[in-house]
Design a protein around this ligand. Structure first.
Ligand code: NDP
Length: 285
């Protein structure tokens, strides 16, 4: 039987990191400067700790300076804002990322608003979200950026294609829809109130699932030959990770599909490094 091309996000991310590493080395050699990524972690959420450690490790691997600021769970909002003001003012800091979620006593929106938009490598500051919505250059959230690179790795041209995004979060659904629109797709954004999700998905030449519901997207929701990007990361009761798409069914219908794990996930961190370099160039030339 025919089977979809399985998009290797791990390999794509490794080659993207290698490319960024070469650029970092060139900047170091020519100008004696080292792009710097600063990650701020408040509290000791175990998943967040793992994410921060892997961001630190991968940044260091490509020769970036990477600093994790680990603050205690009791850190007040004012203390966190003071930390951000310090990083905003430090010229050697190119990228600032506040690891989410924050403890409940801290207002996440106020914290994101306090990051210098020029250093906002997560692309979540309203200035960057507004730039993206206006089709202007800015820093773009990492998971949407990584998803687009994977789409482009299998489709030479996106112009005129039907794209359906399931999910409308600020972090994934909305920004990836904006990027698809910029690439001249005809974009539909579906969500929990969408009336006939199956029929909507079936129209998609490019289907992006960013929901957080294991196996929501069934094989018969997929147009034969479609490119399917599964952003979902869901932990099953047995501890295994799975996506928002029923992979076993979808792989028989799609033209290309990302696996979970090993699809979008690795691209997200690689794009964080990409954004740090983008921020470096925008600020320091
Ligand atoms: P959110 O919970 O913020 O958003 C989920 C979206 O899915 C909402 O817009 C919601 O609709 C919609 N939705 C929920 N249930 C349904 C349904 N039954 N039918 C249709 N739409 C539905 O999640 P995120 O966008 O932050 O993340 C989505 C997934 O991606 C998660 O699994 C997350 O773990 C994963 N993720 C993966 C990353 C990676 O690096 N690969 C990075 C970030 C996230 P409504 O707005 O109407 O409530």
């Amino acid at each position: 039987a025919e089977q979809a091309l399985i998009i290797d996000g791990k390999a794509a991310a490794a080659s993207l990191r290698a490319e960024i590493g070469l650029e970092v080395a060139a900047i170091k050699a020519r100008r004696g400067l080292v792009p710097g990524l600063h990650v701020v972690l408040v509290g000791d959420d175990p998943a967040s700790r793992v994410y921060v450690a892997s961001k630190e490790k991968l940044a260091a691997e490509i020769g970036m300076s990477s600093v994790a600021h680990r603050l205690p769970a009791e850190t007040s909002e004012a203390e966190l804002l003071a930390k951000l003001a310090e990083l905003n003012a430090d010229d050697s800091v190119d990228g600032i990322l506040v690891q989410l979620p924050l403890p409940k006593h801290i207002d996440t929106g106020r914290v994101i608003d306090a990051i210098d938009p020029a250093k906002d490598v997560d692309g979540l500051h309203p200035i960057n979200a507004g730039r993206l919505a206006g089709g202007k250059p800015g820093l773009v959230p990492c998971t949407p950026l990584g998803s687009m690179l994977l789409v482009k790795s299998v489709l030479p041209s996106l112009s005129g294609l039907e794209a359906v995004v399931v999910g409308r979060s600020e972090l994934v659904g909305r920004p990836v829809a904006q990027l698809l629109l910029q690439a001249d797709c005809t974009v539909t954004i579906a969500h929990s109130r969408t009336r006939d999700l199956a029929a909507t998905c079936r129209r998609a030449d490019i289907l992006i699932a960013a929901v957080g519901r294991p196996g929501l997207v069934k094989g018969d929701w997929i147009k034969p030959g479609a490119t399917v990007i599964d952003v979902g990361i869901n932990r099953l009761p047995d501890g295994k990770l799975t996506g928002d798409v029923d992979f076993a069914e979808a792989v028989k219908v799609a033209g290309a599909i990302t696996p979970v794990p090993g699809g979008v996930g690795p691209m997200t961190i690689a794009c964080l490094l990409r954004n740090t370099l983008t921020a470096f160039h925008a600020r320091r030339g």
